[in-house]
Design a binder for this molecule. Structure first.
Ligand code: FDA
Length: 481
């Protein structure tokens, strides 16, 4: 086993872990990043499939994601707008495609007015919800104990309006059925993006992409680390720390041992920058405290298949369509023009969430592809049936993610455990986009969490150095140093 010593071990080379590692290194601390996969980026990943570049994971940037936008600027990465000229398509309960412009679907008058009313109701509740502490919402307990679906049924008598409002949070964001998460969890999702209206507005929430792909953020961050400070293919198996570290303010003499199959790293602090559903892939000695072990069982990732289909031309554009398409009744509940910057071929991207994804995963691959393409054809016509390249991003099959897009709590979990998830355990701190406030579940949130974890860790290390030096009685420039 190779042995290393560092101030901080960062577990996970996603946007969170790499942001934290680069910041700590810039602050003068020695760091090593241990990554299970043979690549950096985690849920950000661009790859060529049959010669076509696809963003298999995260890709879009919205205007409220100011920390991500700042990071893109720092890293010298340029963005371009998602193609959105022309009409959108909506398929209602009758199965007929209808063209429309704007945000509100072309349903009947009552359904439309109910959708608009519910957006207003949700916007007001979101205003009262701090994404950094949703458990402090004035009606937090009540809102965390009712499913989003049940609450919508209480509020609105129009099934199509309910299906559409549910779609924005359930299928499109948390990628879980609306009966499986609470109203409070839905409010957190919307509050993290500024408002519920923002989630409804595809031109806002899916505004821009990065030329060359969003995975360049972690790739460029990784380039900033010193040689040897990023170790790939190193799944962390075990973290051992002293029980004294569990006492409040116990900073002296804490030494942590982080073990992979090939490495043993001794450090003073550890940042576990992996999604919460994977915390239990690591053995902790001693065990994590009782409530931490409990809380981790109440957070789970959703499930979505991101489907990419490339055609010789963006044929929908000639037909006056933007390719923006929605339907709570289709297998593919939302789809967009996802043509890469400067390419002449046209690419569509579509999403299949939660129980619909379960259903298509029951099918043999060819039948699944046919069903998905049929759903795309319902929006764009028969030309959608014959892509030249086709690919399904299947994150649930990825050992080091196990779902998409991110984690959320089950009913009641947010008020019961939400605040606790942010607490350190001795020398360990946990974080990822799944624990973000602004930018929750997004790359912006990952970077915010990475920055926060780096600042908190640097602060603890500085206090530890001060107390160690004070124990040795050295004074420099009037302060204990
Ligand atoms: P992330 O999961 O990326 O990183 C954790 C890392 O830890 C991984 O590299 C993993 O391999 C590693 N790891 C796990 N266990 C380990 C262990 N025991 N030892 C060592 N390493 C370990 N966001 C957005 O802003 N815009 C978008 O358009 C989208 N769209 C989107 C689509 C799809 C299909 C997905 C899957 C996700 C998105 N997202 C998104 C979400 C976004 O990609 C995500 O929130 C962030 O990339 C998460 O970054 P983190 O670093 O927090 O976790």
């Amino acid at each position: 086993m190779e042995r290393l010593e560092r101030d901080v071990v960062v577990i996970g080379a996603g946007a969170t872990g790499l942001t934290a590692a680069v910041r700590l290194q810039q602050a003068g601390h020695s760091v090593v990043v241990l990554e299970a996969r043979d690549r950096v980026g985690g849920r950000l990943w661009s790859d060529h499939i049959d010669g076509q570049l696809y963003e298999i994971g995260g890709q879009w940037v919205s205007p409220d994601q100011t920390v991500l936008l700042e990071t893109l600027d720092e890293l010298g990465l340029d963005t371009y707008a998602r193609y959105r000229e022309g009409e959108s398509v909506y398929i209602g309960a009758d199965g007929a495609p209808k063209r429309f412009t704007g945000d509100i679907f072309p349903a009947n008058e009552h359904t439309r007015s109910e959708i608009e009313r519910m957006i207003g109701v949700l916007d007001e509740l979101v205003q009262q919800t701090d994404p950094a502490a949703p458990w402090e919402q004035p009606r937090a307990a009540e809102f965390d104990h009712i499913s989003f679906k049940a609450w919508l049924e209480q509020q609105c008598d129009d099934a199509e309006a309910r299906a559409n409002i549910a779609l924005f949070i359930a299928d499109a964001m948390l990628t879980k059925p609306a009966h499986s998460f609470s109203l409070l969890q839905a409010l957190l999702m919307a509050a993290s993006a500024g408002s519920f209206s923002h989630l409804v507005d595809a031109d806002f929430i899916l505004d821009k992409r990065v030329i060359g792909g969003l995975q360049q953020v972690p790739l460029k961050l990784a380039e900033q680390l010193r040689a040897g400070d990023l170790r790939l293919s190193q799944p962390v198996r075990r973290i051992k720390w002293s029980t004294a570290a569990l006492a409040a303010d116990a900073v002296d003499g804490e030494v942590v041992e982080v073990v992979t199959d090939e490495l043993v790293v001794n450090a003073r602090r550890v940042i576990v920058a992996v999604p919460p559903n994977l915390y239990n892939r690591i053995e902790y000695a001693p065990n994590l405290p009782r409530l931490r072990q409990q809380l981790q069982q109440h957070q789970s990732l959703g499930l979505v298949i991101k489907v990419h289909a490339t055609y010789e031309t963006a044929f929908w554009r000639e037909d006056g369509l933007s390719a923006t398409a929605f339907s709570p009744y289709q297998i593919v509940h939302e789809a967009y023009d996802n043509t890469n910057y400067g390419e002449s071929r046209g690419t569509l991207v579509g999403f299949i969430s939660d129980e619909k994804a379960d259903a298509v995963f029951q099918m043999p691959a060819e039948e699944r592809k046919r069903s998905i393409l049929n759903s795309l054809a319902s929006y764009y016509g028969p030309q959608a049936l014959e892509p030249v390249v086709y690919y399904e991003s299947d994150w649930a099959a990825e050992e080091w993610t196990q779902g998409a897009y991110a984690a959320s709590f089950d009913l009641g979990g947010l008020t019961r455990y939400g605040a606790l998830q942010l607490e350190p355990v001795g020398p360990l701190r946990f974080g990822s986009s799944d624990l973000a406030a602004e930018g929750y579940q997004h790359v912006d949130g990952a970077i915010r969490v990475g920055r926060r974890l780096a600042a908190e860790t640097a602060d603890t290390l500085a206090r530890q150095s001060m107390s160690e030096r004070s124990a040795h009685g050295t004074f420099v420039e009037g302060v204990i140093a």
